[in-house]
Design a protein around this ligand. Structure first.
Ligand code: FAD
Length: 491
């Protein structure tokens, strides 16, 4: 067995969260090994947020052009996927090449090791025949992969996940989307706007089932208006592929056919690959539970999707900030202890981390390290209209026994909504804790639903009293001014 190499920190998985941790710690002067088995940057830049939002930007441009009729004359729209595919290939992903990200990490002093990392005992990580022993700890940021349900016949077919949907160069004529969650709806609308015949099949009784029912209704209506067929309450039972077309057979004798089948039924963390048993942890869980400083156990942290706190890039980044502060605080303490006892630096290596940490001005003791708080977790589904939400839904609040007040207003009844006319579907829904006099949840659906959400996130995060929200000035005529109407409606 190879002799373990001593380093300060090992980061396994350089997706959004892991890359941020690895880069910032390397920048601060720690010796950091980052292990990545695919592309540095992970899902978001190559097969997730960024390319999908480029697709949405293009699809929304088509939709806006189609709205010219009746507002500003006439417009003829001829969709062409080629510029979208080109932009994703050339601008977003460098043809799925991570050289820029890899060089950025190594340029900051980090050491990139390609391969699959797994724990090999406390503080130890193995990758191939290399073994690293981490002085300060190990950070796990291995994310999630598509969760593909065990539907009869599916595994033997050339179905798509988000990877093939993002990489597509030529659009199919028809597409079945299995799963009516955020990713399924975003991609379904994009492809429909480019002329693909899209059918969404969802097992639950509504699409976007984690959000408010009113949001599901608006989103479903918007997609239907784009020509998407939506079937809810249909459990997929069997998938067949005859060499050209897919047939999906569902509960109640339903059957759907299309050229392609996109499976977007959720994401799964693959914990069994991580050697968790070597540090006494249960790998059979769905996610890796963490405390409010992202500790899995002593000297092992986790960030991002793997923690199960929300599969969003902003969660991974938020958690990464806490992990970075925690590790730096511990490294400084260890360094100060070693200096006081006159021994050589424990955070050192060739880079002299002890002195550079001191110079970096990183905050001091563990007492100042922030703790994760997910009360005001924002989430946006980038359909058109956008569905933005923060905190609890009305049902979640009621289930918690909170004395709930609800305020609701349609965007179309606001001045800006009325001016906007076509494409103004949406609403603001507020969920308040009547006893505390604060908002604990809100949903903002509309053409700029994700942007309007920001004011509501501040209100939930800072527990701004309702009395203050009612007595502030909302610019006229903005979409966000509808928040004031929803506040008036709170009862
Ligand atoms: C289509 C789509 C659209 C999305 N849109 C949005 C959006 O608009 N906004 C948003 O906030 N979020 C969005 N997301 C979610 C977002 O992409 C994820 O939440 C984010 O990428 C999670 O980051 P992460 O660091 O947890 O893991 P990931 O980005 O999944 O990265 C994990 C990395 O770990 C590597 N890895 C795994 N196991 C090992 C191992 N054993 N050894 C070495 N390396 C390993 C993987 O190769 C990968 O590179 C979207 C996701 C998808 C699929």
């Amino acid at each position: 067995m190879a002799e373990p190499e001593l380093v300060d920190v090992v980061v396994v998985g350089l997706g959004v969260g892991g890359e941020e941790v690895a880069e910032r710690l390397a920048e601060a002067g720690l010796s950091v090994v980052g292990i990545e088995r695919d592309l540095v940057g992970g899902e978001c830049p190559y097969w997730g947020c960024i390319p999908s939002k480029m697709m949405i930007r293009a699809a929304n441009a088509l939709a806006e052009a189609r709205r010219v009729d009746g507002l500003a004359g006439t417009a003829q729209v001829q969709p062409d996927w080629a510029p979208v595919a080109k932009r994703i290939r050339e601008e977003a992903t460098d043809t799925w090449d991570d050289t820029v990200a890899a060089d950025r990490f190594t340029g900051l002093g980090g050491r990139l090791v390609r391969g699959s990392g797994r724990l090999d005992g406390p503080g130890r990580v193995r990758v191939g025949d290399q073994v690293f022993q981490a002085r300060h700890g190990v950070v796990l940021g291995t994310g999630t992969r598509p969760s593909v349900p065990p539907i009869d016949g599916l595994a033997d077919t050339p179905y798509w996940t988000n990877h093939q949907a993002i990489e597509v160069e030529e659009l199919p004529e028809s597409l079945l989307v299995l799963g009516g969650g955020a990713i399924g709806l975003e991609l379904a609308q994009v492809f429909a706007r480019f002329g693909v015949r899209v059918t969404v099949v969802e097992a639950l009784d509504r699409v976007l089932a984690v959000e408010e029912p009113e949001a599901s209704e608006v989103a479903a209506a918007a997609l239907r208006a784009d020509g998407v067929e939506i079937h809810t309450g249909v459990r997929a039972e069997r998938v067949e592929h005859d060499g050209t077309r897919f047939t999906l057979r569902g509960s109640g004798g339903s059957a759907f056919t299309a050229d392609r089948l996109l499976v977007v039924t959720g994401r799964k963390a693959h914990l069994t690959e991580l050697g968790l048993d070597t540090i006494g942890l249960d790998a059979s869980q769905r996610y890796l539970p963490v405390d409010d400083r992202l500790h899995v156990t002593d000297q092992v942290w986790a960030v991002g999707d793997i923690t199960g706190e929300g599969a969003f890039t902003h969660i991974a980044m938020y958690q990464a900030g806490i992990v970075i502060a925690d590790i730096l605080a511990r490294a400084r303490q260890a360094s100060a202890g070693a200096d006081a006892s006159g021994t050589s630096s424990v955070v050192g290596g060739a880079m002299g981390a002890s002195s550079s940490l001191a110079a970096s001005g990183s905050s001091g003791s563990a007492g100042t390290v922030p703790r994760a708080d997910y009360r005001a977790l924002p989430r946006v589904t980038f359909t058109d209209p956008e569905v933005g939400a923060v905190g609890l839904t009305e049902q979640q609040a009621r289930e918690r026994g909170i004395n709930v007040q609800v305020g609701f207003t349609k965007l179309g009844s606001s001045t800006r909504g009325w001016i906007h006319r076509v494409g103004d579907d949406g609403f603001i829904k507020l969920v308040a804790d009547a006893d505390q006099g604060v908002l604990i949840g809100a949903t903002s659906v509309g053409p700029a639903g994700g942007e309007v959400l920001s004011a509501l996130v501040v209100a939930v995060h800072a527990a701004v009293p309702l009395s203050q929200l009612r007595h502030m000035i909302y610019a006229y005529p903005t979409f966000h001014r509808a928040i004031e109407s929803a506040l008036h409606d709170l009862s």
